[in-house]
Design a protein. Structure first.
Length: 429
């Protein structure tokens, strides 16, 4: 089965795509996303805005991302991944450089909107690429590419704090865009492949035939059976709407914690921005292993693994209450990093495990748009609750409740397509 082997060596080419996607996601999505919370403090100091106002950029960013993600799923299925990645590179670069001209709240939000148009579009495109190339190792491959955001989260805090102090938050954003032009875009254009051959898919599904094994007889292996449902029929199912509700609520929780993390540790707990940066970085170090671990878990347990992730997110929220010093802060960061790692790879699992590959790009786009709506609402609502009460306690109690509700909604979600594939494979043995 020679076509299953990469010209760069005896490695399934899907893994080369995963490495390239990892780099692109780190530079296009990870760097600006991780950098944003570090500028909130300097922006508040410069302009005197409230926390709801300054974190409002995340709401505008993710509102734009929701619209972009919804459209991107259809664009990917129609024009391919490559077109989307090129557009995302130019939009992200423009948005990061746009902070150079920020001098009021509307221009601050405008830069965030441009970033938002690209942020989830690149995720939809790359998750679709991985889901086309992988079935047996879909979750693991998604974990590999999503480690890009973790690596950005590990590195950026140690670069951002001194760079902001030396050059200011505007120039820091602009300088951080250089990796997109010099590394991410050329690498994707020259290495990535969009579509696997039938033999390559059969190779991945069968868990690694050797090169000298015979080709399968045509029609012998039904690699990816098509879903019998149209997109309209999928959207009409109650299970689809349970997934949408759970995705929105947990994205609300996840991004609320992400955007308020630095402010909470630095200014409310009084532990300082340097310690907050180390804790923030620690969540992404943990996230590297969490993404791989949850990818492995989702490949084996599917929806039940996602429930575990949701409950772990609730535990991380609960651990924010007793923080009084560095030890409690790092325990919170540990749980937060584990849960966040699992959150970032679940949407493609929902799409393929429950509904199959027929509408993969569109469903990943719809679920990413739903998540972006939650990302947009969460930081602003939590900021508003803080401004009203002067503490994060009411907001954290609210987030904890949402985690419990979301995990409960998944009781009625069944991985129909995954179960069908398992039955088909069992019948062949």
């Amino acid at each position: 089965m020679s076509s299953a082997w990469s010209p760069l060596g005896p490695v399934y080419y899907g893994w080369w795509n995963a490495i390239v996607s990892f780099v692109c996601l780190m530079l296009i999505f990870g760097v600006p996303t991780v950098l944003l919370p570090f500028v909130y403090g300097p922006v508040i100091d410069e302009f005197g805005w409230t926390r709801a106002q300054v974190t409002g950029i995340a709401s505008f960013k993710f509102t734009a991302a929701a619209l972009s993600a919804f459209v991107t799923g259809f664009v990917v299925d129609r024009f391919g991944v490559r077109v989307v990645i090129v557009v995302c590179c130019f939009l992200t670069g423009a948005g990061m450089c746009g902070f150079l001209w920020v001098d009021d709240l509307p221009s601050f939000y405008a830069a965030g909107i441009v970033l938002g148009l690209a942020s989830t579009a690149v995720i939809v495109a790359l998750k679709t690429l991985m889901s086309r190339w992988f079935h047996r190792n879909q979750g693991l491959s998604l974990g590999v590419i999503m480690m890009g955001s973790s690596v950005a989260g590990i590195l950026i805090p140690f670069v951002a704090v001194p760079l902001i102090e030396a050059r200011g938050w505007r120039e820091t954003f602009a300088l951080m865009s250089l990796g997109i032009w010099g590394v991410g875009l050329p690498l994707f254009l020259f290495v990535a492949r969009e579509t696997p051959t039938p033999d390559e898919l059969a190779y991945e599904l069968q868990a690694g035939h050797q090169r000298d094994e015979p080709e399968p007889v045509s029609g012998e292996i039904r690699v990816q059976p098509e879903s019998p449902l149209s997109l309209a029929a999928v959207v009409a199912t109650p299970m689809f709407w349970l997934i949408v509700c759970a995705t929105f609520l947990m994205s609300f929780v996840d991004q609320s914690l992400n955007q308020h993390f630095i402010l909470f540790i630095d200014r409310d707990l009084g532990l300082g921005v340097a310690l907050a940066a180390r804790a923030f970085s620690a969540t992404f170090v943990i996230g590297v292993f969490a993404k791989l671990g949850f990818g492995w878990l989702y490949d084996r347990t599917s929806i039940r693994g996602i429930q575990i992730c949701y409950l772990l997110m609730g535990l991380s929220v609960a651990l924010a209450f007793p923080i009084t010093g560095a030890v409690g802060m790092f325990v919170f960061a540990l749980a937060r990093g584990l849960a966040h790692g699992g959150m970032l790879i679940k949407k493609a699992i929902y799409a393929k495990h429950c509904f199959g590959p027929t509408h993969l790009g569109k469903l990943i786009g719809i679920l990413t748009a739903t998540a972006s709506a939650g990302y947009a609402a969460g930081p602003w609502v939590v900021g508003w609750l803080y401004d009203r009460s002067g503490t994060y306690r009411p907001a954290f109690l609210f987030l904890l409740g949402l985690c419990i509700i979301s995990a409960a909604l998944l009781i009625w979600v069944v991985p129909t397509y995954r179960n069908e594939m398992a039955r088909t494979a069992s019948e062949r043995q």
